[in-house]
Ligand binder design. Sequence first.
Ligand SMILES: [Zn+2]
Ligand SMILES: [Zn+2]
Length: 362
Amino acid sequence: MTSQWINKISAVITGCIIGIITSIAAADTTGAVREEKHHNVVLQILGSGGPENIQGRASTGYLLWVDGKSRVMIDAGEGASLRFGQANAKVNDLDALLLSHLHADHTASTLSIIKRSYFEWVDGDSSKLIVAGPEGRGSDAAPGSELFPDTKKFIDTLVNSEDAAFAYLGIDQHHPDDHYYYAQVTAKPVPAKLGQVSLVMETEDMSIYALGVEHAYVPALAYRIDIKKNGKTFSIAFSGDQNARQSDEAFMTANKDFVAFVCDVDILVMHLAAAEPDEADVDSTYWHAIPSTIGRVANEAGVQKLVLSHLMSWSDPKASMKIIREQGYTGKMKLAKDLKRYPVNERRKNREASCVYAGADQ
Ligand SMILES: [Zn+2]
Ligand SMILES: [Zn+2]
């Protein structure tokens, strides 16, 4: 075969490959556009894994899109900033980054998110970004919780003080013409006392609440976001890492405060990071919710769709989903995957659920 023929054949093959790639890309884009058209509120998974970074999963991170804008990021574990870029999200569009707690698999990308804001700078001052997260657990503080700074100290140590490790990214740093280059970060510490509900922030169309939850001794928060659009409410909640059971009680009772907090949400994201306890494994159940507890919460709260995330090497999705169903939960159930998108539908009362949402938005 002459080299001319080889060139021609390779050109044809390359053309075919480009054609296939182009049509796949077009199909993807069309699908995304169609979805955006019908659903103005969309959850996107940035990281569906825990700290192990296995099975191609980034550590924990979620994004809430409203009208095509990346408005809220929830947790920022390793790899979540890479997924943030893949999702075409913008730091400038973020109202807030909500940290559930300060374990590294939920916070390691915080710095990269601040850094990337530089490349969105166009003119004038950079955007402002609230980073909310737990303060201490107050009178609930347990031995070990002193290892976790409150969120203000976390941000100060990272960027917002003279001796911060990355002071060059902080709010004290100005562009030579006196403009800000990097997102201007304000820390917002939220009480993490068990069972305490706090209003984290409120905008024209969005209310964000936090609830102090039990993740062993670590100050930790669950979040609920209610979005109002055209007289409709779209609600989504994130458990964060927590055991989700009633403190001091056996495994049979779901945390009543948490059930009320997530009552009637359309999507509840919960973390599947523990197995049912056998005699040798009771300790891990203080850290994470076991599948039967997840099932009880989802059932009692009447959630429409349960998204299972924070998957670990020992997570057993198939067996866990069966256990969750055995608790009477009949709603939709999905296993999270990085970059997967889930439309958030209008909130509607699940008549079979007995919970009452005690939040401001009824
Ligand atoms: Zn975690
Ligand atoms: Zn954790």
